[in-house]
Write a protein that binds this ligand. Structure first.
Ligand code: ADP
Length: 242
């Protein structure tokens, strides 16, 4: 299985402000890794560097051995790295199925709405099943609940066949039931993909996370299992506020 991410000696500086300092992080293929830390810890900046949005002052980000630093965002997408944003990107007037079909066509580089319909592709059917949206396939995305919309976005990433998925707070604003579904979805997705998730919800982490990376003021504070991380006094001090 491919999808190994290796961040080495990463430094990101914005106008003299050190957003990330000497950061080393390794995520193994097929891992579901959670990234936590207080506001301003550098989590989003790290994702922005991986996806080519932000250029670091120094350091390297390798994906299956390929250096990502210096590549443009679209070139990094083509290497199989997909992300979600906190703001939604679904097309509300299109159905769930059409949204997935459109996302799948980005990879094939054929505009889905222009091409003759040849029925639903296998990957779209699989994404509907994985995300639990099969029964909603014909509904406009605009009527989905907040949780269903997040699952659709994850589905829209999966159909592009990435090797690494980067998700920014996927359970924010979700009901308890939706969180549970999302945790199960992430674990299912991580069977075939490497997944890195920014998430703050400790209860969610306790239930669904294995490995956690804690950032604080742009540095790696701690890495380990949820239990080990939670028991670390430094983590309690900066993150849990105890
Ligand atoms: P997190 O996602 O962990 O909350 P961020 O990565 O968004 O943290 O931010 C890390 C630090 O870098 C913050 O202090 C933030 O203000 C700063 N920062 C992020 N992006 C920029 C930018 N484009 N210009 C200047 N400062 C930035």
């Amino acid at each position: 299985m491919t999808g190994r991410l290796e961040v080495r000696g990463l430094n990101v500086v914005f106008d003299g402000f050190h957003a990330i300092t000497d950061l080393d992080v390794t995520v193994q293929p097929g891992e579901l890794r959670f990234l936590i830390g207080p506001n301003g810890a550098g989590k989003t900046t790290l994702i922005d560097v991986i996806t080519g949005r932000t250029r670091p002052a120094s350091g390297s980000v390798r994906f299956d051995g390929t250096e990502l630093v210096g590549r443009r965002e679209h070139a990094i997408v083509r290497l199989g790295i997909g992300r979600t944003f906190q703001t939604s990107v679904v097309f509300e007037e299109l159905t769930v199925l059409e949204n997935l079909d459109l996302a799948a066509s980005f990879r094939r580089r054929i505009p889905a709405l222009l091409r003759a319909r040849r029925g639903v592709s296998g990957e779209v059917t699989a994404a509907l099943e994985t995300t639990g949206l099969t029964s909603l396939a014909g509904r406009p995305a605009g009527v989905l609940s907040h949780g269903q919309r997040q699952w659709l976005e994850i589905g829209m990433l999966i159909v592009q066949r990435p090797r690494l998925l980067l998700l920014d707070e996927p359970v924010a604003g979700m009901s308890r039931g939706e969180r549970d579904r999302t945790g199960e979805l992430l674990q299912a997705v991580a069977k075939d993909h490497t997944v890195v998730v920014i998430e703050h919800d400790m209860e969610f982490l306790r239930r669904f996370a294995s490995q956690v990376t804690v950032l604080h003021e742009g540095r790696l504070l701690r890495e380990g299992t949820v239990a080990a991380v939670q028991a670390d006094p430094r983590v309690q001090e900066v993150y849990l506020g105890r």
